[in-house]
Design a protein around this ligand. Structure first.
Ligand SMILES: NC(=O)c1ccc[n+]([C@@H]2O[C@H](COP(=O)([O-])OP(=O)(O)OC[C@H]3O[C@@H](n4cnc5c(N)ncnc54)[C@H](O)[C@@H]3O)[C@@H](O)[C@H]2O)c1
Ligand SMILES: O=C(O)C[C@H](O)C(=O)O
Ligand SMILES: [Mn+2]
Length: 602
């Protein structure tokens, strides 16, 4: 590994000191320290630190506070012309000073969230090879499988990494195959983990699995940075995934593995294959399912529709659509005491050829098959256009995960409203331009009756002199808390019961339950506290299921939440203590004692 990336993550340094207590040990001085984004404080290094760490002459003389630095950085941010330029600015801020980066976002969370995450991150990903300046994260190549072991080993000792986010870039948001640019979705999701759940930023690893790309424009672009070849065949791809998982388990045995934006077929296959063996999570299937079910639970509380009578129409039965359908099916089964297969009959799934029918046969994925309807029930009803299906099904709930902008037309929404008094409508396709309908239109067409949640952030809607928040039903509200819980108790597996517990904890916090003008999902500004509750639910359930590998976790609710909060990383500067080379290598070998991570304890 070159100096550049070792500066970023310090793999050779072993255990990084944790945020929670006392000074941090640091072996870097002078320019090497200033170039390390985790330890660098820039103009905030104190006079004493400037002396100890040989920084005199490398910094202007005025010592500033973090608050002053945030003020300057915010002005610089505002001077950038558009959101993509702001996103690029934030990327370089992260490369320079992580505490300042996270503190800046935290102080302007509502404004910056859409810039560092969905939707602007989608633009940054699409332009990865053009905007590239400096690598971040781990790049694994399908034609270099022999190196995977070494490539993963260099990120630290076995206790150093708590969380890996990995993407193969095949199905990024709704913008398709982005090849090696997928590294940026892994990085963005990890930023959200740190911001929204206090996961320690140096104890995480973003990975992209480069298996080629089927994006024709990239294949013809000489500046494209990934493998300029079509995606490798299935067998080779599966070996690649197996090799990655095996090496990750060997070198980072504690790491919880989060899969992001894999292609439709692979996403499900990989999740089904590894779930029984390791603590892993697919955000598009499980995260989306969890947040959507939580939003739906809050909506049904308001509409008072009983689970037993609920009719749900899912438009776009891909990774996210079937993930959502499965969670809703399981919730109906639990709430009504029915078998899952009976519960599935309350869910209708539509994909690009129309309603899923049994006669679709081989065209159905295994995830879709359990929702396919009997053809004989549809012989006299058109089943290829959404409006006819809406009139036939009369759904209480309409969910969009189709990537088809405008698919929820005025006729569709009015049609739905003619059958149910309070339609629940969730256009979830990201980024913003792909939403199946605009919240303001849905409000207008339903006379303000709809309960809405969207995949990307939207401004509030005015109706009859009242202002209604539009909930952002994005998996970012739940994956950080689920991951925090999984990491803190080192769960052996992420079983379905843990996800149910997380969903319940999230649903209980819907602001709309207290005030119907507020959102069906907590706002991003509340998500750190939400994560504490979600993590607590996951940890408690892991304990009950015998999956937790950490002893001595407090049992009382307040004590457990306090225990979680204590371990969450916050964006503030800590004192630094210079350690000599010998001490540094003992720290690296995990023998020095003082730096052991609380997150890493077993
Ligand atoms: N809000 C969230 O948290 C969240 C989470 C995950 C995914 N998403 C969004 O959901 C969308 C889908 O993501 P995915 O990962 O499931 O992708 P996917 O490709 O797996 O699924 C999309 C599905 O839509 C179907 N489709 C295409 N055209 C259609 C049409 N005209 N009518 C009906 N169906 C059609 C496709 O055949 C496919 O099955 C993306 O825009 C993604 O950003 C949102
Ligand atoms: O990344 C997001 O914004 C949510 C989701 O994972 C998606 O793929 O759209
Ligand atoms: Mn995703």
């Amino acid at each position: 590994m070159g100096t550049e990336s070792s500066d970023q993550k310090h793999p050779q340094f072993g255990h990084l000191p944790l945020a929670t207590s006392g000074p941090q040990e640091c072996a870097l001085t002078g320019n090497a320290l200033l170039r390390n984004p985790y330890f660098n404080k820039g103009s905030a290094f104190t006079a004493e630190e400037r002396e100890t760490f040989k920084l005199h002459g490398l910094l202007p003389s005025n010592v500033q506070t973090l608050e002053e630095q945030v003020e300057r950085a915010y002005k610089q941010y505002c001077s950038r012309q558009d959101d993509l330029a702001k996103n690029t600015f934030m990327t370089s801020m992260k490369e320079q000073n992580e505490v300042l980066y996270y503190r800046l976002i935290q102080d302007h969370l509502k404004e910056m969230f859409p810039v560092i995450y969905t939707p602007t991150e989608g633009e940054a990903i699409a332009n990865y090879s053009r905007l590239f300046r400096r690598p971040e994260g781990c790049f694994l190549n399908i034609y270099d499988m022999d190196r995977i072991d070494d490539n993963l080993a260099q990120w630290g000792a076995p206790d150093d990494i708590d969380l890996i986010v990995v993407s193969d870039g095949e199905q990024i948001l709704g913008i398709g195959d982005q090849g090696v640019g997928g590294i940026l979705i892994s990085i963005a999701k990890l930023v959200i983990y740190t911001l929204c759940a206090g996961i320690h930023p140096t104890r995480t690893l973003p990975v992209v699995l480069d298996a080629g790309t089927n994006n024709k424009a990239f294949l013809q672009d000489p500046l494209y940075l990934g493998l300029p070849k079509p995606r490798a065949p299935t067998q080779q791809y599966n070996t690649f995934i197996d090799t990655f998982i095996r090496s990750a388990r060997t070198h980072h045995p504690n790491a919880y593995i989060h899969f992001e934006d894999f292609g439709l077929a692979n996403a499900r296959t990989i999740l089904d294959k590894y779930t029984p063996h390791i603590a892993c999570f697919n955000d598009d299937i499980q995260g989306t399912g969890c947040v959507t079910l939580a939003a739906l639970t809050a909506a049904l509380h308001i509409t008072r529709t009983p689970w037993a009578h609920l009719r749900v129409l899912v438009y776009g039965a891909g990774t996210a659509g079937t993930g959502i359908a499965d969670q809703i099916r399981d919730a109906i089964a639990v709430e009504t005491g029915r078998e899952a297969s009976d519960a599935a009959a309350q869910i209708w799934c539509v994909d690009k050829h129309g309603l899923l029918l049994r006669s679709d046969g081989e065209r159905l994925t295994s995830a879709q098959a359990s929702y396919a309807r009997r053809d004989e029930d549809w012989t006299h009803t058109p089943h290829t256009d959404l409006l006819s299906i809406v009139h036939a099904v009369k759904p209480h709930v309409l969910i969009g995960t189709s990537t088809q902008p405008g698919a929820f037309t005025e006729a569709v929404i009015r049609g739905m409203t003619s059958h149910v008094p309070r339609p629940v409508i969730f256009p979830l396709s990201n980024p913003t331009r792909l939403h199946e309908a605009q919240p303001s239109d849905i409000f207008k067409w339903t006379g303000g009756k709809a309960l809405i949640a969207t995949g990307s952030p939207f401004p509030p809607v005015e109706h009859d002199g009242e202002t209604y928040e539009v909930a952002e039903c994005n998996n970012s509200v739940c994956f950080p808390g689920i991951g925090l819980g999984a990491v803190l108790c080192r769960t052996r597996l992420l079983s379905p019961a843990l996800l149910v517990a997380a969903t319940r904890a999230l649903a209980a916090q819907a602001p709309a339950l207290r005030d119907p003008r507020r959102g069906l999902v907590p706002d991003v500004t509340e998500v750190r506290e939400v994560s504490v509750r979600v993590a607590a639910a996951v940890i408690r359930e892991a304990g009950r299921e015998g999956l937790s590998r950490v002893g001595g976790i407090p049992e009382g609710e307040a004590e457990l939440e306090g225990w979680i909060r204590e371990q969450m990383w916050e964006a503030r500067y800590r004192g630094l203590e210079l350690v000599g080379r010998e001490r540094a290598s003992r720290v690296a070998r995990g023998e020095a004692g003082a730096t052991g991570s609380r997150l890493a304890r077993e």
